[in-house]
Design a protein around this ligand. Structure first.
Ligand code: NAD
Ligand code: 2HG
Length: 320
């Protein structure tokens, strides 16, 4: 039977994925790559789905409407990454399309970026860099992570990696997660708190939850008001988890001491109340983009699509 695969994450075409690309091209009769260099819009997905059996998906929004119009040949959406918030899971399931992801493949990459954002916000690194570029020499004062409290919201693969690194920096680490891993917490000296307790006691708060109906805007004006004055909030998860307007106002008023953000409600970030504020640090949804994580996501996403299309057991199917 002939197989056609659509591959849309542009970082899949990096040299680190040469082996995964070769494996896919050996398996499939035709592989169509993203020629636009960015996530695809609905009409752009549909234009490329004709006769496609498997779809290795980047950060495209695969809505119910797209899935309804998708050809009957489509059997599997293999997310290249952890988050599946941009795939309408109910619509995929209703159409018999399996959805897989690549858990754990980018957790070190993302936690290291979260840590970088914490350090940059603590020492205002981007502002100092810009000042030196301009010929200024502002030998400003920041704060240390040592002795501070980090609150982690969502202690899964990324949250756990962050917790271990924060402990090594001499931080007190507490976490909120409805599926809290007691054994990991005991072994690593992590405190278990409710969400409100994390918010009221932390100097740094880092978000690592999936975006869904229960986490959308979980950090809003009311929750920010509960935080310590000067708290620094890091979000490398998904944009919709923070109410960006409320966060911008809290930075302007001095309630928040800073923000480190890798994910946004609208990407790319063009017009935003968050822009132009002191100690708000942006990265362009690049948490997973290390050589190691790109290779990990690519090889697992390819293995997943091949396993499902070959009728083999695939441990990463999310809608069995
Ligand atoms: N910036 C990036 O490039 C990037 C890369 C990878 C993942 N992500 C995002 O980060 C998220 C987390 O990734 P992960 O690999 O750690 O996933 P994971 O599934 O290992 O961990 C998520 C954790 O969140 C917990 N959780 C779920 N709902 C919660 C809630 N309401 N409150 C508190 N905790 C809750 C879960 O129990 C789980 O332990 C992903 O869903 C994805 O959206 C972003
Ligand atoms: O596709 C990417 O580049 C990032 C993926 C990341 O957001 C994830 O959900 O793991």
């Amino acid at each position: 039977m002939s197989m056609k695969i659509l591959v849309t994450p542009t970082s899949f075409l990096k040299p680190e994925n040469a082996a995964a690309k070769a494996k896919l091209e050996l398996f499939a009769d035709e592989v169509v790559y993203n020629d636009l260099g960015r996530p695809l819009q609905a009409d752009e997905i549909l234009e490329r789905l004709d006769g496609v059996d498997g779809y290795v998906a980047g950060l495209d929004y695969i809505t119910a409407d797209v899935l309804e119009k998708a050809p009957a040949s489509l059997k599997v959406i293999s997310r290249y990454g952890a988050g599946v918030d941009r795939v309408d899971m109910a619509a995929a399931t209703a159409k018999g399309i399996k959805v897989t992801n690549t858990p754990g493949t980018n957790s070190v990459a993302v936690c290291e970026l979260a840590f970088a954002l914490m350090l940059c916000a603590a020492r205002n690194v981007p502002k100092l860099h810009t000042a030196v570029e301009k010929g200024e020499w502002p030998r400003s004062q920041g704060i240390e992570l040592r002795g501070k409290t980090l609150g982690i919201v969502g202690m899964g693969a990324i949250g756990k990696n962050l917790a271990i690194r924060a402990k090594a920096f001499g931080m007190t680490v507490n976490a909120y997660d409805p599926y809290f891993d007691e054994a990991f917490a005991k072994e690593n000296g992590i405190g278990r708190l409710e969400l409100d307790e994390v918010l009221t006691t932390s100097d740094f708060i880092s978000l690592h939850v999936p975006l869904n109906d229960s986490t959308r805007h979980m950090i809003d004006a009311e929750k920010i008001a509960e935080m310590k004055d000067g708290a620094i909030v890091i979000n490398t998860a998904r944009g919709g988890i923070i109410d960006e307007q409320a966060a911008a106002e809290a930075v302007k008023s001095g309630k928040l001491g800073g923000l480190g953000l890798d994910a946004f409600e609208q990407e790319p970030l063009i017009d935003s109340p968050l822009k132009g504020l002191d100690n708000v640090i942006f990265t362009p949804h690049t948490g997973a983009h290390t050589a190691e994580a790109v290779s990990g996501m690519g090889s697992m996403a390819v293995d997943n699509v091949i396993a499902v299309l070959s009728g083999k057991e695939c441990p990463h199917v999310l809608n069995k």
